[in-house]
Write a protein that binds this ligand. Structure first.
Ligand code: NAP
Length: 284
């Protein structure tokens, strides 16, 4: 029996593997990666590597074994049909008879187009009949705090989210929840709505940036079309820019406020405050 993590060389996957290594011996962990060289640090810690690509179903042949617990981390290739990619993994897991397939999804309340791939993947997983866990991850703090240069240059946080609030959490928090599910008991056929303990607004986020930088950072609430133009001018391709503007609209509607407490419960500790992620982001 192995614990198998796909997308293990991504930001979230790497954190999950690190947290698993605090709970189980390294030989019980398999990292599924596209590029072995990128996973040299994981291999050095004794983690087994399996090379596979969601776009090449044959690379998943025989990768899983009966009894494995698998974390399918959603892909980031929006133009390559993520539902088909995820289904490749689900089909291989089904053929092997894994004990659990956990999937990093999106909040059930999210109506933005971004959620479509996640809802369709959830349906494919449920239809497979496999024991599943839906980790419906809310937003990452790092979506905002990892790229502060433009915000600092402009002296403004620009969003098309009005006074909407969201309960983001750090990637490490979501990784802790995933590691708890993969190493714990009783998570079969459960759906967890995961988000940070405290919701915040963009005005509050701008105020926190001002406090920590000692500079005046404003919140510039703009219409969706303006945000779309800004993203396109910054070189974001139109389909992705539209998706991101759709997320802002969902935030305006409160769709990314998650108040279940599932994340801190699974992680076994409070979630990381936004202020901590801001401090980390400012340090670079
Ligand atoms: P990330 O760093 O971009 O990692 C994505 C991972 O997916 C990478 O390991 C990547 O492999 C792997 N991957 C992509 N296409 C693949 C393919 N065809 N075959 C095999 N592996 C493939 O993203 P993250 O920050 O870890 O987040 C994980 C996922 O959460 C993202 O992919 C996205 O679906 C979703 N997400 C959520 C939020 C949020 O706020 N909740 C924000 C952004 C993204 P390589 O390492 O080889 O590139």
């Amino acid at each position: 029996m192995s614990i198998v993590v796909t997308g293990a060389t991504g930001h979230l996957g790497r954190l999950v593997v690190h947290q698993l290594l605090e709970k189980v011996p390294a030989e019980q962990v398999t990292a599924v990666v596209r590029n072995e060289a990128k996973a040299a640090d994981l291999a050095a810690r004794g983690v087994k590597l399996a090379v596979a690509d969601y776009n090449r179903p044959e690379t998943f042949d025989g990768l899983f074994a009966a009894g494995d617990k698998v974390l399918l981390i959603s892909g980031n290739e929006f133009d390559k049909g993520r539902v088909g990619q995820h289904t490749v993994v689900i089909d291989a897991a089904k053929a092997a008879g894994v004990a659990l397939l956990a999937y990093t999804s999106a909040p059930g309340s999210l109506t933005a187009a971004l959620a479509d791939d996640h809802r369709a993947t959830e349906q494919a997983l449920l239809a497979s009949g496999l024991p599943y866990t839906l980790l419906r991850n809310g937003w990452y703090h790092e979506v905002y705090t990892e790229n502060l240069a433009p915000v600092l240059a402009q002296g403004a946080v620009v969003a098309a989210a009005g006074a909407g609030r969201l309960s983001s959490a750090s990637r490490a928090d979501y990784a802790a929840a995933a590691a708890a599910v993969l190493t714990g008991e009783g998570h079969e056929n459960q759906t967890y709505e995961l988000g940070g303990d405290e919701a915040w607004s963009f005005a509050e986020y701008a105020a926190e940036l001002s406090r920590q930088t000692g500079r005046e950072i404003a919140y510039d609430s703009v219409p969706g079309e303006t945000k779309l133009g800004i993203l396109k001018d910054a070189g974001v391709p139109e389909p992705l820019a539209s998706i991101l503007v759709g997320v802002d609209a969902s935030i305006a509607e409160g769709e990314l406020v998650i108040s279940t407490g599932d994340l801190s419960r699974l992680a076994g500790r409070p979630t990381t405050p936004l202020a901590e992620a801001v401090a980390a982001g400012l340090k670079g």
